[in-house]
Ligand binder design. Structure first.
Ligand code: FMN
Length: 195
């Protein structure tokens, strides 16, 4: 079976509109996919600092990439499809997702160093980023820093392609958030059916 890894960063839980977008996507994803969820709100990831950072350095210097500390990195590297759901916060995505990325960015698992530069080691050919935003940000808007950063990470980890589905402008005056979200859910549904 093909393995999909769902990275859930919908911090507002049941109230999250991004979570609803993700639910529409997974409802339409063909049954050939086995989905594993990483609920970032329930994980104990920490930013790399102090003793937590030193311990990681020691493990990596001694080549212990099989340590349980790197389970999530190995899981990411092995998945065939990565799906990230996160709201737009402070011109990007929540820090919780950055902390996850920091913890799965592990030399020898998700990337390696070569004479030609860094090479991604992740198997996934596709990455899907599902998001909702209070404001509206057309593709390429310099104020929107979530997608450009995730594209850089996708290339760094060697993941084939990143597709973003966004519900934009949900908190703008006069907006119809239900209609905007419904449009994005339809887009997410159509995308999932192609996978
Ligand atoms: C902490 C926080 C930061 C936010 N920052 C931004 C922002 O920088 N730009 C913006 O357009 N909307 C911002 N918003 C609005 C959210 O992007 C918007 O309400 C989104 O739909 C929330 O997703 P959710 O329902 O999945 O939580 C912010 C909301 C919160 C709670």
């Amino acid at each position: 079976m093909k393995q999909a890894l769902y990275i859930d960063c919908c911090i507002r839980g049941e109230a999250s509109r991004t979570r609803k977008l993700a639910e529409a996507f997974f409802a339409a994803l063909p049954e050939a996919w086995q989905v594993t969820t990483v609920n970032l709100m329930k994980e104990d990831f920490r930013p790399l600092s102090g003793e937590f950072f030193e311990r990681r350095e020691t493990l990596l210097k001694s080549g212990k990439t099989d340590d349980p500390r790197f389970d999530r990195a190995r899981e990411l590297a092995a998945a065939d499809l990565i799906v990230i759901a996160a709201p737009f916060w402070d011109m990007s995505f929540p820090a919780l997702l950055k902390v996850y990325i920091e913890n799965v960015s592990v030399e020898g698992i998700t990337f390696r160093s070569t004479a030609e530069g860094l090479k991604g080691l992740c198997a996934a050919e596709r990455c899907v980023f599902l998001t909702t935003r209070g404001g509206a940000y057309p593709a390429g808007d310099p104020l929107e820093q979530a997608v450009p950063y995730l594209r850089a990470i996708q290339m760094f980890f060697g993941i084939g392609d990143l597709t973003c589905v966004a519900a934009d402008g949900l908190d703008l005056d006069g907006a119809d958030p239900e209609a905007l979200l419904a449009n994005a859910c339809a887009e997410a549904t159509a995308l999932a059916r192609t996978l």
